[in-house]
Design a protein around this ligand. Structure first.
Ligand SMILES: Nc1nc2c(ncn2[C@@H]2O[C@H](COP(=O)(O)OP(=O)(O)OP(=O)(O)O)[C@@H](O)[C@H]2O)c(=O)[nH]1
Ligand SMILES: [Mg+2]
Length: 259
């Protein structure tokens, strides 16, 4: 059954009380200032999280900081080092694979830059009791982009509007990178067939998940624009995202015609 709803997070966190393990995948490129604050905040949460930092040889030493955390917390922090900036989508895939190997029951994805706040993870895990994917959403009642400049807000809204219209997506925040995936679902998805290597991986996976009939829920989050480090979204990434939507939409329409 396909469901998209937007009830606020439930306080009785059944995933937590069932003692299931969550791994947080944090892709990083030049996030030294942020990762040094984020990892301790994640480890201090009551959810006994494992943290997987997927770093793409950041010139600012983010990977070395992740190594230092792994040295201090060998059972909880796992750095993955890639040799070059290979894209957000493939970074998620690398993180999913390691989380699966470590037997995590679910995988949280979040940005390193505090746009996604660790304090909101508990409510998201709580919603996984009745879902396969939980999206931390700006665009359901109670959610917000707190301090985004108008240009950034317009870009996000436009990307969401076009993707939803072209692909028939039911979720409201389809570009959100703050998500919790149930591992059983990840194991069943044909992730090897995903063609997006960058930001549009988020749209493509959501399309795959909704089409597959998995249960999707959205829980409101407050999104804060980054205050440290630089954005990695480029014009090229925006163009690639438009191409992804066009390609998926074409496939959707030709599938309909064949029926
Ligand atoms: N490993 C890896 N991480 C990446 C890559 N591109 C972006 N990231 C990380 O992915 C997360 C999201 O990137 P951001 O630049 O914050 O993108 P955004 O949040 O959509 O945009 P802003 O709001 O402008 O910051 C951050 O933690 C980045 O460091 C990449 O090619 N490889
Ligand atoms: Mg960001």
């Amino acid at each position: 059954m396909k469901t998209v709803d937007s009830r606020p997070g439930l306080a009785g966190d059944s995933i937590r009380s069932a003692g299931l393990g969550a791994a947080v995948v944090v892709p990083t490129y030049n996030e030294a200032e942020n990762i040094s604050r984020l990892v301790p905040e994640l480890l201090a949460l009551p959810d006994n999280l494992t943290v997987i930092v997927v770093d793409d040889a950041s010139p600012d030493g983010t990977g070395k900081l992740a190594d230092a955390f792994a040295h201090d917390f060998p059972q909880r922090v796992f750095p993955l080092h890639r040799t070059a900036k290979l894209g957000l989508g493939t970074a998620y895939l690398a993180g999913f694979q390691l989380a699966g190997e470590r037997g995590a029951d679910c995988v949280v994805t979040m940005d390193a830059d505090f746009s996604h706040h660790p304090s909101q993870i508990g409510a998201m895990l709580g919603r996984l009791a009745g879902a396969d994917l939980v999206i931390g959403s700006r665009y359901v009642p109670g959610g917000a982009s707190v301090n985004s400049p108008p240009g950034r807000r317009a870009l996000s809204k436009t990307a969401n509007f076009i993707s939803r219209a072209a692909l028939g997506l039911k979720a409201h925040d389809v570009t959100a990178g703050f998500r919790v995936y149930r591992s059983q679902m990840l194991a069943a998805l044909p992730l090897a067939s995903i063609f997006s290597s960058g930001y549009s991986f988020l749209i493509e996976t959501l399309y795959m998940i909704e089409r597959g009939g998995w249960r999707v829920v959205e829980t409101p989050i407050q999104f804060h624009d980054r205050t440290a480090g630089r954005s990695k979204i480029s014009r090229g990434e925006i163009a690639k995202a438009m191409y992804t939507v066009a390609r998926l939409s074409g496939r959707r329409l030709s599938g309909r015609r064949r029926r």
